[in-house]
Design a protein around this ligand. Structure first.
Ligand SMILES: CC(C)(COP(=O)(O)OP(=O)(O)OC[C@H]1O[C@@H](n2cnc3c(N)ncnc32)[C@H](O)[C@@H]1OP(=O)(O)O)[C@@H](O)C(=O)NCCC(=O)NCCS
Length: 224
């Protein structure tokens, strides 16, 4: 019998989350200047570890027999993600950034490009959207139909249900996600979740599609 649980991340998960996040989404050719391309250490030491005390930052992990089998990151305050790190943990942020640039000089460009998100996204079609589904990642081995049969469903959908519950409890009725058009599994997944294409914009060096989901209070769904 498999031990399966989805729960909030902890400090001791950060190193593995950084590595997994980088493995799935750190390739610049596919992900442009995404923060993940800065490196696994930066993701672990800055993005995950320094956000542990951010009440608006949520990261759920799925564990299979104690091993991380997926992560799902979202925020109830889309505008505060980067500004929280800058305000609360400036020294830790600068240290993690310097270490990354020493290891991978190319990561400086990605770091600088991400500074523009300090005040959040400034797009008119996101004006009334408070929830931001930032990212999810599930290694392929935990996405097979055979594996899903052993736990009774898809990890991605279970984590999505948890996110929407959290948003409802915070009185948030709309969320958005940014998807590169060439990420087919992600595009299929967000559309299956009921999100619809709300606009397109240039972000992280690529043209990105923004999908928006309008949630119904009792758990139903319809497009924005
Ligand atoms: C995004 C993600 C969490 C979605 O989870 P999921 O729904 O369990 O993902 P799947 O890989 O099963 O893909 C969803 C669907 O797309 C289909 N699909 C995958 N690649 C495809 C392709 N190239 N062409 C057509 N269909 C494709 C899958 O078959 C699946 O459909 P099915 O359930 O009918 O078989 C997962 O794909 C993932 O972790 N991807 C890597 C990280 C990532 O890109 N994160 C999102 C960043 S925006």
């Amino acid at each position: 019998m498999i031990g399966f649980v989805i729960e909030r991340y902890r400090a001791e998960d950060c190193a593995e989350l950084g590595r997994l996040h980088f493995d799935l989404l750190g390739d610049p050719a596919r992900n442009g200047y995404s923060l993940a391309t800065v490196g696994p250490e930066f993701m672990a030491d800055a993005f995950y570890r320094l956000s542990l005390d951010n009440p608006a930052f949520h990261c759920d992990v799925a564990r299979v027999d104690g091993r991380i089998a997926g992560f799902h990151v979202f925020t109830s305050e889309a505008s505060s993600l980067t500004s929280f790190l800058v305000r609360r943990h400036p020294a830790g942020l600068v240290l993690a950034a310097l270490r990354s640039v020493v290891r991978r000089p190319r990561s400086l460009v990605a770091l600088l490009r991400n500074l523009r998100y300090l005040g959040g996204e400034q797009l008119s079609f996101l004006a009334d959207v408070k929830g931001w589904w930032i990212v999810a990642g599930i290694p392929p081995v935990y996405r097979t139909k055979e594996f899903e049969a052993t736990i009774g469903g898809s990890i991605a959908h279970m984590m999505m249900a948890r996110m929407e519950r959290t948003f409802r409890e915070a009185d948030i009725d709309k969320w958005y996600v940014v998807v590169p058009p060439d990420n087919i599994p992600s595009t299929i997944f967000v559309q299956r979740c009921g999100a619809v294409h709300g606009g397109t914009a240039f972000a992280q060096g690529k043209e990105m599609r923004y999908y928006i989901k309008q949630m119904l209070p009792e758990g139903g769904s319809r497009g924005a």
